[in-house]
Design a protein. Structure first.
Length: 101
């Protein structure tokens, strides 16, 4: 397990996942705080994204993917970046405010 973690942290270009089933995974809800308990803060989100999302691979461009695609990617990546659910909400707000349409 440790070896897998280390291996996954080598810097590499952002791989393109061409197929990830539409529809968010079950854990989608649980990585974000309950609705209306935290106000999304895109500035904080940008900071977190910039600091934490380029560690294992190049920092992705927010406009690389559509909002729908991001909502499939973020629930996988946010736990990898070890963000709490408030940080997750901010990052999502920032990313979705800057996606390709
Ligand atoms: C612990 C290492 C790690 C961290 C931290 C991390 N990622 Fe990733 N990321 C990966 C790996 C490994 C892949 C390769 C694809 C996979 O395993 O799903 C990847 C792939 C991606 C991709 C390619 C598209 C896709 O569907 O996989 C995007 C976009 C991405 N990450 C965004 C992010 C964002 C945004 C964050 C911050 C919230 C983040 N990553 C933090 C390891 C990480």
């Amino acid at each position: 397990m440790l070896i897998m973690l280390l291996a996954s942290c080598h810097k590499k270009a952002v791989p393109v996942i061409t197929e990830r089933k539409a529809g968010a995974p079950k854990k989608f809800e649980s990585i974000y705080p309950p609705k209306e308990t935290v106000l999304p803060d895109t500035a904080a989100g940008k900071q977190l994204f910039t600091d934490r999302c380029g560690r294992c691979h190049g920092l992705p461009e927010t406009n690389q993917f559509t909002a729908e695609k991001w909502d499939n990617i973020l629930p996988v990546m946010i736990p990898r970046a070890r963000m709490n659910n408030e940080e997750a909400l901010h990052v999502r707000a920032y990313v979705l405010a800057n996606t390709k349409n």
